[in-house]
Write a protein that binds this ligand. Structure first.
Ligand code: UTP
Length: 291
């Protein structure tokens, strides 16, 4: 089997405006909104760490400094907690070491493709992962780990997909599927928001990608696409045929926390699974639904 270069870097685009969550996101980044007690960005970082990622690259913008603070040392908090004998494990996973994280600025939110391109110098000539923190992928193993395991076989570009009911495909990017082998599907094309009758599958692109560094050159000269933004999907579509391209059907749950109903669903689903509050939340939910 061919050895593929391992995926050691991950890009987290966090420079969007989060307008669907206003007014909450006026001064608080969308990616810092918590599902139970962890901000969205931390779920994504934990998922990347589990998949063997060593360097986390955040593409930030103005007003996003709380993301940097979240992964920094909090001297006063830590000292006070230690002094008062508080449980320090509450801060587990929140400190990224120098060299393990980097921040670049996307000065204007010109689209996801542009955000990824802003990280080009730090990514360099290596394959890398992209994780959209507002899509919470909840599974064991995590979504990126499932993809990294598949990548060891396929190399090339990989995206995660989930299957949705046929009548929902028009809201998403959909793959044109080729050969299938278990959870792995060859990708022959990508179609953005197709009409139900034109959709080539019900497998929609969810927010995890493994990309070859050549995508940066494709993004370099790319025109704006849908929504007047530089789209990552357009750049990926151009690479189909030149490099292997596969989709991994995610074995787990995906919550679209960029919209309000998805955010509430994630909060409820993850609360119900928790040892500390699960049964209490279940009683609350049952009471509310009965009322
Ligand atoms: P979204 O389109 O879901 O986020 O982008 P948004 O634009 O912030 O949200 P709305 O539509 O206004 O409510 C997915 C991810 O890509 C990042 C976002 O921060 C989010 O994590 N993003 C998007 C960027 O970093 N830069 C951009 O120009 C656009």
């Amino acid at each position: 089997m061919t050895e593929h270069r391992p995926i050691k870097k991950a890009v987290f685009p966090v420079a969007g405006l989060g307008t669907r969550f206003l007014p909450a996101t006026k001064a608080v980044p969308k990616e810092m909104l918590p599902i139970v007690d962890r901000p969205l960005i931390q779920y994504a970082v934990d998922e990347a760490r589990e998949a063997g990622i060593e360097q986390m690259i955040f593409v930030t913008g103005r007003g996003k400094s709380s993301i940097e603070d979240h992964f920094d040392i909090a001297y006063e908090l830590e000292a006070t907690m230690a002094e008062r004998g508080k449980d320090m494990s509450l801060l587990e996973g929140t400190r990224l070491m120098p060299g393990n994280c980097a921040y670049v600025r996307q000065q204007e939110p010109l689209g996801l493709g542009h955000a990824v391109w802003c990280a080009r110098d730090i990514v360099g000539d290596e394959p890398f992962a992209v994780l959209l923190p507002d899509e919470l992928m909840w599974g064991r193993p995590g979504c990126l780990k499932q993809m990294v395991d598949a990548y060891a076989r396929t190399g090339g570009n990989l995206i995660s997909v989930i299957e949705v009911p046929d009548d929902e495909v028009s809201n998403y990017g959909v793959i044109h599927p080729g050969d299938e082998d278990g959870a792995l599907t060859e990708v022959r094309g990508l179609i953005e928001k197709p009409a139900v009758k034109d959709a080539p599958s019900n497998k929609i692109v969810s927010g995890r990608y493994i990309l070859q560094p050549e995508v940066m050159q494709t993004l370099q000269g790319q025109e704006k696409g849908a929504g007047d933004e530089i789209q990552l999907t357009d750049a990926m579509a151009k690479m189909i045929g030149n490099q292997p391209f596969h989709a991994v059907t995610f074995d787990g749950s995906r919550y679209d926390c960029g919209n309000k109903a998805g955010f509430v669903e994630a909060t409820l689903a993850l609360s119900l699974q928790r040892d500390d509050i699960g049964s209490e939340v279940r009683q609350i939910a049952e009471r509310l639904l009965a009322g």
